[in-house]
Design a protein around this ligand. Structure first.
Ligand code: G
Ligand code: G
Ligand code: MN
Length: 404
């Protein structure tokens, strides 16, 4: 814990301010409360560990204050307070997150002493954030990307997908990483869009597909069965009318059945020629290749995606899964997405599952498959093979091979 911790409160309700001061004192945490935004901003120092902001105040409201904190690139943990109800608080939380602020929680007024205590305990028990982000964004010059494609500087990591009902591995998602000769491992968010703009995304797609199909064989279980391999495919690749034929021959070269492949499609809003894309997608399905709508819920035309893409699977974006156990609207989105998916005979996958609690909610809501750090991070194939062995040993330590 840091040496100098302190709390700063802004609220025009004196009673609330006093309760917070009282709880802070009991924890020997210095606490300043004010109802004046100018005083608040003056009192905010690098030592301030926690800020509590009332959303509704005369003069300047909490939203305006959040904007100022965002402009100041404030990194202090923030708790939002309001009597306006949960949805307003949740929306304000999202706004704050979009401003780059660090939201530590919210308190719905009137709150009890116990609720305040619990939230403070959580905040002060939380681990300090890591000093550097391993996924930090980097900008790489186009020339280096061209070389990376020419020399195939990419590696593929694999993340298991588990059937929620049986806990068995049903699939693995291939996630590309760039092994840059000097800069180390670079994550795809830093180069996919650039490759699309350079017209090189198809080349990456084939590198990853060939690598994935070759490495998939190493993941066969004791009976020789393979998990389904999910490949992410750029909407740009759906423009090429030859794509289906090329992909089908690629599968036969590797000796992999079409049923073992799911193609995940994101951002279908980027599809530049709908008739070409529908031709490709329909023919992929006619060849028994499965199609998944990735990051569902984040695109700007999600109902349109559902109508157009002959998908067999729906992947709920991790941003909904992350808070589904605490955020009512997110939970509703997840539940309704599962319902829509099932009504359209699709399998529903939740991505970004990090906690047992999230998994329990997903199970209760009837979700089919889960993927996330709770089970495993994306791993190089050698590590995945070890993980798969350990997982099947954990799941069925004494069951004979092939037992139903
Ligand atoms: O771990 P993660 O950072 O891998 O992946 C971030 C995003 O990058 C994923 O949501 C996925 O959409 C995209 N991505 C990962 N691998 C590939 C790939 O091989 N091809 C394409 N087009 N996108 C990928
Ligand atoms: O293609 P898509 O957006 O579905 O790729 C999944 C992304 O989510 C990848 O960037 C992957 O590394 C990341 N990811 C996988 N599991 C988790 C998780 O449990 N938590 C978080 N925050 N990210 C995850
Ligand atoms: Mn994906």
């Amino acid at each position: 814990m840091m040496a100098n911790q302190s709390i700063l409160v802004i609220d025009d309700d004196n009673v609330v301010a006093e309760i917070i001061m009282h709880v802070a004192q009991a924890r020997s945490l210095p606490c300043v409360a004010t109802s004046d935004p100018a005083v608040f901003l003056e009192q905010l120092t690098p030592d301030t560990t926690l800020i509590l902001v009332d959303l509704v105040m005369p003069g300047m409201d909490g939203i305006e204050l959040l904007r100022i904190l965002g402009q100041q690139q404030c990194t202090t943990g923030i708790i939002l307070m309001s009597g306006l109800g949960k949805r307003v608080l949740e929306t304000a939380e999202r706004l704050a997150a979009s401003l780059g602020l660090n939201i530590a929680g919210h308190l719905q007024k009137p709150f009890s002493l116990a609720q305040l205590e619990e939230l403070l305990s959580k905040v002060f028990a939380a681990k300090a954030p890591p000093a550097s982000n391993p996924r930090a964004s980097v900008h790489v010059p186009d020339e280096e990307l061209v070389i990376a494609i020419e020399q195939d500087q990419f590696v593929v990591h694999y993340q298991p997908q588990l059937c929620i009902a049986t806990n068995q591995v049903v699939g693995i998602e291939a996630l590309v990483r760039w092994k840059h000769p000097e800069r180390g491992l670079i994550f795809p968010d830093n180069f996919i869009a650039q490759l699309e703009a350079l017209g090189l995304i198809d080349r990456l797609g084939w590198l990853v597909a060939n690598r994935g199909l070759a490495e998939l064989k190493q993941t066969a279980d004791a009976n020789g069965d393979l998990p389904v391999l999910s490949l992410n495919i750029s909407a740009y690749s759906l423009f090429d009318l030859k794509f289906t034929d090329l992909f089908v021959s690629c599968l036969s070269e590797h000796g992999i059945a079409a049923q073992k492949i799911t193609l995940e499609i994101t951002e279908s809003g980027l599809i530049k020629d709908l008739s070409n894309a529908l031709d490709v997608l329909t023919r992929l399905r006619m060849n028994h290749i499965q199609l998944s709508i990735d990051d569902f819920g984040t695109g700007y035309a999600m109902m349109q995606q559902l109508r157009l893409i002959p998908a067999t699977e729906l992947k709920i974006d991790r941003s909904f899964v992350q808070n589904m156990h605490v955020n009512h609207s997110d939970r509703v989105m997840v539940q309704k997405t599962i319902e829509i998916g099932h009504a359209l005979s699709m399998k529903v996958v939740a991505e970004g599952v990090e906690t047992k609690e999230q998994l329990d909610f997903l199970r209760a809501d009837g979700c089919d498959t889960a993927q996330g750090y709770l089970f495993s991070r994306p791993l190089p194939v050698e590590q995945l093979v070890v993980w798969l062995k350990e997982h099947s040993a954990r799941e069925a330590p004494s069951a004979p091979c092939g037992a139903a």
